[in-house]
Design a protein around this ligand. Structure first.
Ligand code: GDP
Ligand code: MG
Length: 301
């Protein structure tokens, strides 16, 4: 007898940088969520739709929760990211708790308690197993973190190398309700191409700028037009000070060109189209702590 089709929402939860967005992309089979070696790359809640013959996972990729260091120092941006992470649990059927192999800390215990306390099946995803030098350490680690916890499944995977994902999908599907697909099978995200274009530019800012600067930048897509077989995209990179503008542009405009070139390549791959991308850098003081500016830049629920 054939199994019934299953579909539902799957929250992807975990500390910054464990690989939540990489996992979401690997399951969806396309790069829709930006990834960088920096924590706090993901700022928006984003749905990744992964459709299989047996069912459909609607993955909710989240910005990790931030510890508010007291109301006065948490910026409006951090408050917004926390709201997006908390809101991610509404209407969810299963939670994936993602950790990095060999690591577990209080925040993970706290997340497990919160998720299982909310009545959700929690599947533990032990990611980045490709980075483990001593593979024999994996079994004792799995035993240790499972001790006293009732996981709906424990899956060592490498999101980067796409190892272990089939078994993970199988486990997750078992915990989704029997129902028809929630999205069309060719849909991969709830976000518009316009939004994704901005994210591709932001990813390059995260990757190519020094320590502090990425957090002082955001991207606004001013123009997104289909021109025959070409996409014409205009992106404004907003910074907070003149000095930052000079850094983003770089000597003779070199850095901005490199950011634009890499972002354009990513867009062409995702949109399967030729892209003509123009970029500008503009200054708006204090945008990241200005609620009105945040809304104007698309940080709204
Ligand atoms: P997030 O903050 O949890 O969304 O983490 P990201 O998906 O942005 O990944 C953070 C960093 O870890 C990036 O540099 C990824 O390339 C890297 N990464 C994610 N998954 C894996 C993995 O399975 N193996 C390895 N070696 N690196 C990974
Ligand atoms: Mg992420």
């Amino acid at each position: 007898m054939q199994n019934a089709y299953r579909a539902g929402h799957v929250a992807v939860i975990g500390r910054p940088n464990v690989g939540k967005s990489t996992l979401t992309n690997a399951l969806v089979g396309a790069k829709i969520s930006i990834v960088s070696p920096r924590p706090q790359t993901t700022r928006h809640r984003l749905l990744g739709i992964a459709t299989f013959p047996e069912g459909q996972l609607v993955l909710v990729d989240t910005p990790g929760l931030h510890r508010d260091q007291g109301k006065s120092t948490a910026t409006a941006m951090h408050r917004w990211m926390n709201r997006a992470a908390r809101g991610a649990l509404e209407g969810v059927d299963v939670a994936l708790l993602v950790v990095r192999a060999g690591q577990w800390d209080e925040a993970d215990s706290f997340a497990y308690e919160a998720l299982s306390g909310a009545g959700l099946p929690v599947v533990l995803v032990v990611n980045q197993v490709d980075r483990l030098k001593d593979k024999t350490a994996l079994l004792p680690y799995l035993a240790q973190v499972s001790e006293g916890r009732d996981f709906a499944g424990v899956h060592p995977v490498s999101a980067l190398k796409r190892n272990g994902l089939e078994a993970l999908v199988k486990t997750v599907l078992q915990h989704l309700p029997e129902q028809d697909a929630l999205y069309g099978e060719d849909e991969i995200t709830d976000k518009s191409q316009r939004f994704l274009a901005g994210e591709m530019v932001r990813e390059q800012l995260m990757r190519q700028l020094g320590e502090e600067l990425p957090y002082a930048t955001t991207v606004e897509i001013e123009r997104f037009e289909v021109d025959g077989r070409l996409l014409r995209i205009g992106a404004v990179i907003w910074v907070e000070r003149d000095g930052q503008k000079a850094i983003v542009i770089g000597k003779g405009g070199e850095r901005l060109r490199e950011i634009g070139a890499k972002a354009r390549q990513q867009m062409e791959r995702l949109f399967d189209s030729k892209v003509f991308l123009e970029t500008w850098v503009r200054v708006r003081e204090g945008w990241s702590d200005d609620e009105a500016a945040l809304r104007a830049f698309g940080y709204h629920d």
